[in-house]
Write a protein that binds this ligand. Structure first.
Ligand SMILES: [Zn+2]
Length: 90
C-alpha cells in the first residue's frame, strides 16, 4: 500500500495540499513571521500553495492572522512576498 501523503490546508484558498508542494510560513518564538522554505525550522507553522496568489488571498482573508493569532502588518506581508519572489527566482 502506498504511503499516505500528509496534507495541509492552504490558508490562502483553503484547498488541501500535499506537504511537499506547500510553502511553510512560521512564527518564531520571537513572534517573527517568516517563510521557511526548508520546512525544518521550529515554530508554529501555516501552509500555503507555492504562489503569490495564495499569499495574497491569505492576506485578504486574514488567514495568517488567524493561524498565528496575532495581527500582521502590511510590512510583514511585504517581506513575505519579497521572500517568495526570491525563492521563485532560484
Ligand atoms: Zn492555495
Amino acid at each position: 500500500m502506498a504511503k499516505k501523503t500528509p496534507l495541509r490546508k492552504c490558508i490562502g484558498c483553503g484547498e488541501m495540499i500535499a506537504k511537499k508542494d506547500m510553502l511553510r510560513v512560521i512564527r518564531t518564538k520571537d513572534n517573527e513571521i517568516k517563510l521557511d522554505p526548508t520546512g525544518k525550522e521550529n515554530g508554529r507553522g501555516a501552509y500555503l500553495h507555492f504562489n503569490r496568489d495564495c499569499l495574497e488571498k491569505a492576506v485578504k482573508t486574514k488567514g495568517l492572522e488567524r493561524s498565528f493569532k496575532m495581527s500582521i502588518g502590511p510590512d510583514i506581508y511585504e517581506t513575505l512576498s519579497k521572500e517568495l519572489m526570491d525563492i521563485e527566482q532560484k
